[in-house]
Design a protein. Sequence first.
Length: 114
Amino acid sequence: MKIKYILSVLVLVLFFVFASYGAVTHKYLMKGSVLEVADGMAYICVGTSDGAKVGQELNVVRFTKTGTTPKGTPMFKKEEVGKVKIEEIVDEHMANAKIVSGDVNVHDIVELKK
């Protein structure tokens, strides 16, 4: 009986971990990422849950490694590389944006100010 209880609790814990995985991945790992660039458009990881709206213009930045500290910690510089304008909200996490200016690449980051 005790084993059934432990297994039931374990299954519930795993269910909630995997159910929240998408939200956690978006919030901490992907939010703001440029996922694809083609034909003057960028597919970006911002959506309604981030406060994105059609017509918003967003700065696009790139982080470039500049070296390491004496302890081996990497150092990066942040550089503004362009602007995009949201043309379509795909869902709560994604949008299509027109590249308005600059050199926007996959893995760049859009800055959404709420």
